[in-house]
Design a protein around this ligand. Sequence first.
Ligand code: NCD
Length: 296
Amino acid sequence: SFLETAESFKEVTGREIKKVPALRGKTIVNLFYEPSTRTRTSFELAAKRLSADVINISSSTSSATKGETLLDTARNIEAMKTDILIVRHPMAGAPALLAQQLTSSVINAGDGAHEHPTQALLDLYTIKEKKGRIQGLTVVIAGDILHSRVARSNLFGLVTMGARVRLAGPGTMLPPLMGSWLAAAPGQIELFTDFDKALSGADVIMMLRLQLERQGGSFFPSVNEYARYYGLTARRVSQAAPDALIMHPGPINRGVEIAPEVADGLSSAILEQVTNGVAVRMAILYLLSGGGKGDN
Ligand code: NCD
């Protein structure tokens, strides 16, 4: 299975020499039209640990600043015989458009407020590793759901794997189309505007960054008030299950959606998510290149 492939690559990343020859001779391109620390570095390390050649292109230093379209840029990169294109873009659907128009494989590394599938896979991996299962767990996803591609991808992944998902946040940040999600997975998804109620007995608490850069309007009165009602404090964590796992995709706003003592506490898996991200992305690149055919 996918998670088992990721597990074998996690073993590789724990070795003294963290490298296998699986993707030798392949060329992988990171094409990022948005700032990123974790995701871009994670893909680059994953590619290098598989012995692929990898290059990084960011919009600020590319010909996008000269008016070239995304599709033209991507076609020109592909003309240099690259194999996999990893795309982060502020517009929902940009990686899907490229996947239709190019012959290379395209990986979505986050498209606007739409999806961030590789983040969801690394989160599922981390939950499985820490809890031993995903099926039947109660997972709270809390905060700025409306603007969060991480929330969307995790919701779909968690529901598919049989978890119960509680979405918690201010009413202004719960997406209007949610009715169709609720209908698609009856009984598996619940909505809460009361964060304390959502936390009751939860096995996993996944916090989201307050994404001020995506918010066109006013969604809450002040950051202080947001922190007071929706910030994860030690007191709030105590309402969850005793061994509740604390997660956040990063970057965190310390003291806003998560208190420092919670982010740095013993139950926090935040840095382990980042560690697992490399192994999970190695598995994605490997499987996408045709690896593992016949053995799963
Ligand atoms: C997230 C992103 O960029 O979607 N970060 C990440 O990839 N780890 C979440 C965020 O920006 O809040």
